[in-house]
Design a protein. Sequence first.
Length: 480
Amino acid sequence: MPEHAAPEPGFTVNDPRVHNLIQGQEVQLHMHQPVQAAVHSFADGPLLVGRIPNAAPARIARYGLIAAEGPTVLTGLTGAGKTEVAAEHARRQWNAGELDLLVWADAATREGIAAAFAAAAAAVRGDDPADEEAAAVRFLTWLDRPNAPRWLVVLDGVTDPGHLAGLWPPETSRGQTILTTQIRSTAIDGHRVHLGPFTSDWSATYLEWRLGAGSRALDGAAELAAALGHLPRALALAAAHLLDRPGTTCRGYLASLPDAGAPVTAAIHPVIAAAASDDLPRLASSVLELACRLDPAGIPLALFTSDRALRTFADVSSGRSDTPPTRADVEDALAALHRLSLVDIDGDAVSVHPLVQRAAGEILEARGREATIRIAGYIFHDIWPGEDDPRMPLFIANVERMLANTDGSLFADGFAAKVLFDAVRHIGTTRPIGDAVAYAERFAAACETHLGADHADTMDALAWVDHWRARTGETFAEDE
């Protein structure tokens, strides 16, 4: 370059040693200043980081579930409406102008949480989001200021409380955190709300509101809601389907689509798979398999911890451990299922949502349905309660479920079938006599179908029909 020539833009290296190293070629080093990221000015309006999910195609808003201040933790089974409740609250605050900053994070992984916070840090502070963890921590520190904007952080779909280590938003008067998860864990602090299914009245109100009062489409609405276990998301999907197909009724939809709950059960499958993983007690899937064959409204807790149950679980898991399970092991397995919202434990009873039962039946295959029902028959007979035991209605309801579900193999095993006689002897002492007659008639008909009209068990079952009918003043048709 001539000495009098104006220098080119940039910085030119003219040291001969450098020229020798690069074979005499001239190199220009251009020094660029980093571009400063644009920082959002809250004077210009509020900021949304992420996206509030669209409202469910058909929903009933449930208000008053979010705490007025402090974190709220929404738990519940897939399809219970956790995300919808959080989104409804967020959208209502956003539309009312009550927020300056709303961050909606897909919180299934720690990486997803950190990425959302890093994006927020870039927007409000101009931070480089390349180091997401560092940027996320700086953002949370920024939130924890007395002059911070009014904020709401929603952590949607947390799958592991450990993902929140070091990433939990601050508790301040300027903002609030809402977390949705299937996991019920004391490691997640806050106002806890467990979302269960709708009641039958809520389901009816919902379908009537969505499909129209007096609509022909409501024919069979109660049956459809019951088949879907009153889960809000399952009902929403069904209502959307019906609205897209004028002329279709709830009854017709259910009849033509036996797997009406399939979209929800498919979403439950990964949670059930997690119950069989190394991260949870190894008995969890075996316990769930037993529970999914019985009465969803309530199963005696003693069924799972009886001596025969422990021996059965030892047989199922024999390839995985040399140590037979203990009662404490089974209690740990039930606790794990409870944390995942796959079962509910209330006192002496374990309940399982019908769609969880269906989903479990679709993917669990350790011993098969009939073998599991026979095992339950053995255990129930072993632990059958005394006459005045308050759990008696729970036992009888489960035996009724077994009778409805068996394809006959329960009758092939004389010992397992004893529990059916246990129920027929006691049902009239805990339920109306009409219920006792109905059960005895179903029992006798099943005996005749599977054992024959002349079998001793069939004759005994018919005697119980006679016994309970006599209590109502009825007589056998043959005697009239």
